[in-house]
Each structure stands twice: as C-alpha cells, then as structure tokens.
Design a protein around this ligand. Structure first.
Ligand SMILES: O=C1O[C@H](COP(=O)(O)O)[C@@H](O)[C@H](O)[C@H]1O
Length: 228
C-alpha cells in the first residue's frame, strides 16, 4: 500500500479530493466519461464535500456506491442519502447518480436491478470499519467466501452482516473481485484504532480482516489516506 498520512481529516479530505478529481478528469479525457464509486458510513462527509467543490466536468461523471444498506432512500442509514446531501451539490449536482437500492423492500430484487445498471468504476474510494470490513465485506458474514472470491464474475452481492445491531441492515456490496477490476483504488480512514487495524491487516491476509485481501495485491497498490 501507499500510505499518505495527515494531521487532520480536513487535510486528508482535501488531498484525496484533489487526487480523485485528477483521476476522474483523466478518465474523461481518455473516454469522455468517468464512473466513481464512494463509500458511506460516518467518515466520508468532509471528503465528499471537498470533492463536490472540485472543478471537473461533472456532467460526464456517474457516481455510484461501493455498498448500500437495503433501506428506503430517505432512511437515516442510507448511503445514497449521504451522497445526495454531501456530494451531489454545487458543481457536482449535475453528475449522474446510480444508487444500489430503490425502495429497500427486497434485497434480491434490488441486487438484480442494480446489477443490470452497474458499470465498473474508474475510481473507487473505500472506507473501513474497526472490524476490518471494507465495502460491506464483513468478517464472519455467511457468504464472505463468495464476496472475497478472486474469480467471482459478479460485481455485487447481498450481505447480511453477522454483528447486528452493531452493523444493522442487509447490504448490497461490491465484491472483492470487482474492486480488483475497478480502476484507481483509495482507502480513506481516520484515527489510531483504524490505523492499528490497517497495520494488522497489512501484516497478514486473513478473512477475519477482509481489508487485508486488498492490501496484499502488489500489482496495483491501494492508496491509503489516513488522518490522526
Ligand atoms: O457500514 C459501513 O462502514 C464502513 C466504515 O464506516 P465508518 O462509519 O466507520 O466510516 C463504510 O466504509 C461502508 O461504506 C459502510 O457501509
């Protein structure tokens, strides 16, 4: 991995937003369009806001999600709600948005619909939980093996996190194989606890820390933006 360390979340977010904007602009220059996948959870708000202010041709960008909770779009835990509130604003308001969940009624139906519209991202920004999950690839999820399978042709899968209520809601998540197929890969994390988890994951590949499977890839190292 390439570790970029910052003193504050604001500095890390500004630097990451600039790097992602450069990648999106390069994809647009090469192909006329770009696909960006971002994460949800609590951490990404300053990054999403910094990215929304970047001066790139947003009308040629499609934004989607690395993972989503299978809930109604107006639910407080909806990652799409977070993206609509903090990224699809200002300059970025003209970007297209491809949510993974429509009404949140049925996970299998949502997965089938999302898979039809899915496009492999040019740029993916991951987060990580303190349990080492990334996207919604949770340790001890019943279908984690499928989620982590290197040759899985599926881009997305349904995950039921084992640790509810700590991680409530059935999810739809990118598979590890699709993360590996996507273009530039970033991981944005903050704090000493997540740094320790990251260091442990970098030391050994293990299904108990799913993020470790991405850190082991040497062909295309993960760019980690960490702030204290
Ligand atoms: O559940 C989730 O958790 C991770 C980490 O979230 P955070 O709140 O600790 O920042 C996130 O990357 C993922 O997209 C989300 O669905």
């Amino acid at each position: 991995m390439n570790l970029h360390a910052f003193a504050s979340a604001a500095e890390a977010s500004a630097a990451l937003a600039q790097a992602v904007a450069t990648d999106l602009a390069a994809a647009i220059a090469a192909r006329g369009q770009a696909v960006l996948a971002v994460s949800g959870g609590r951490s990404p708000v300053p990054f999403l806001q910094a990215l929304a202010a970047q001066d790139i041709p947003w009308q040629q960008v499609t934004v989607t999600l690395v993972d989503e909770r299978v809930v109604a779009p107006d639910h407080a835990d909806s990652n799409a709600g977070l993206v609509r509130e903090h990224l699809l604003q200002g300059r970025a308001a003209v970007a297209a948005f491809l949510p993974l969940v429509n009404d949140g009624a049925d996970a299998a139906a949502e997965l089938a619909a999302a898979a039809v519209l899915w496009r492999t991202p040019d740029v993916t920004v991951l987060g990580m939980g303190e349990d080492g999950h990334t996207a919604s690839l949770f340790p001890a999820a019943s279908n984690l093996t499928e989620g982590l399978a290197a040759a899985n042709p599926a881009a997305l899968l349904v995950v039921v996190p084992p640790a509810a209520p700590a991680a409530p809601h059935t999810r739809i998540s990118m598979t590890l194989a699709e993360l590996q197929r996507s273009g530039k890969l970033y991981l944005a994390i903050a704090g000493e606890t997540k740094r320790r988890v990251l260091d442990n994951a970098a030391a050994a590949v293990s299904d108990t820390l799913p993020i470790s499977h991405l850190l082991s890839a040497t062909a295309r190292p993960l760019d980690v933006y960490w702030s204290a």
